[in-house]
Design a protein around this ligand. Structure first.
Ligand code: AKB
Length: 324
């Protein structure tokens, strides 16, 4: 049932995670063995070092065609509408997230793919879940459409594994902090925007309260988690589409102070908007014991290391843009 990953399709390759995952996978598997797809955002930079295809996840036939063309055996399906954008257009979020995932799973079933990896999110949790160390196994009653679609994706993934033997894997990711590609339309976007604004404008108005504490993760840990989960032995996995993966947990004020320690002129305030309600429905931290036990998950970046690295790399990137 479980085969090796040799030809990998990354759907949503121009997004925040995809744009970094593709280069890591190409380092490991070879440039021509990792095919990226994009829809609304054209690819640029190192994404163009290997094959790229335009693809809409709502077009199942086209997914099948690309899988055939490159003899793909494994898929990372990253295309999704995030939580805040999903609340302003729940119908679109349902269509893209649920029907897109369904289409990918159906292609996986019909074309007998070896592996499908689909990130889930802390969005699956709702207000009833323990705020601290939300367990892997708990009631999933999210209050956002994004959460509804992510729970559906997990259930579908587990269903396809049990019913058809399709090797579907997924982890519940926290908010991801990164400097290469901006996230678009998430509730945890403040944790990325704060860095840009601190460097460019020296001021940031957080759109959440200062005591808002959420699970977060630095991108190098995120791409490593995805690859390690994908490479794990199937026999070791006690879960499939729904592993908690935990790393950082800090408040908006903690983040602001960590940035100010490195950029003393940085000033900030807190002006919560409608995204606060989504943030309040999510836990502060997750218990990821099953991921640690089953496939050896271990985060590497703490708040201090992440902040140092983020500021260095982002300054480099913004300087380079200015020079061009
Ligand atoms: C969002 O805020 O919607 C995402 C997520 C936590 O899944 N970053």
């Amino acid at each position: 049932m479980a085969g090796q990953m040799k030809k990998i399709l990354v759907i949503g390759a121009t997004g925040q995670i995809g744009s970094e995952l593709v280069s890591h996978l190409r380092e490991d598997y070879g440039e021509n063995s990792v095919i990226g797809t994009y829809n609304n955002t054209d690819p640029s930079g190192d994404l163009l070092d290997g094959p790229m295809e335009k693809l809409d996840v709502l077009n199942a036939g086209r997914i099948g065609e690309v899988v055939d063309k490159y003899e793909v055996d494994s898929v990372f399906h990253l295309a999704a509408i995030l939580s805040a954008k999903g609340e302003s257009n729940p119908q679109l979020a349902f269509k893209v997230n649920v029907m897109g995932t369904f289409n990918v799973l159906e292609v996986g079933r019909k074309q007998q793919l070896n592996r499908i990896v689909i990130p889930s999110s802390i969005g699956v949790f709702g207000p009833e879940v323990p705020r601290e160390k939300a367990p892997n196994e708990t009631v999933l009653r999210p209050t956002s459409m994004y959460g509804v679609t992510k729970v559906t994706g997990e259930l579908l993934g587990n269903y396809y594994f049990n019913k058809y033997g399709l090797d579907v894997r997924g982890a519940r990711f926290p908010g991801i902090i990164s400097y290469k590609t901006l996230p678009g339309g998430g509730t945890t976007d403040y944790a990325v925007e704060a860095f840009y604004k601190a460097i460019e404008d020296r001021h940031y108005s957080f759109f959440v309260r200062e005591d808002t504490r959420l699970p977060l993760m630095y991108m190098p840990d995120c791409t490593r988690a995805l690859i390690e989960l994908a490479q794990a032995d199937l026999e070791d996995l006690n879960y499939h589409a729904d592993y908690n993966v935990s790393s950082l947990s800090f408040s908006a004020r903690d983040l602001a102070e960590a940035i100010r320690k490195r950029i003393p002129e940085f000033s900030f305030d807190f002006q919560p908007d409608e995204r606060q309600e989504i943030a309040d429905s999510w836990p502060n931290s997750m218990d990821d014991t099953p991921a640690r036990k089953d496939w050896g998950w271990q985060p590497r970046f703490g708040l201090e290391e992440m902040t140092d690295d983020m500021i260095d790399k982002l300054k480099e990137k913004l300087d380079e843009h200015e020079r061009k």
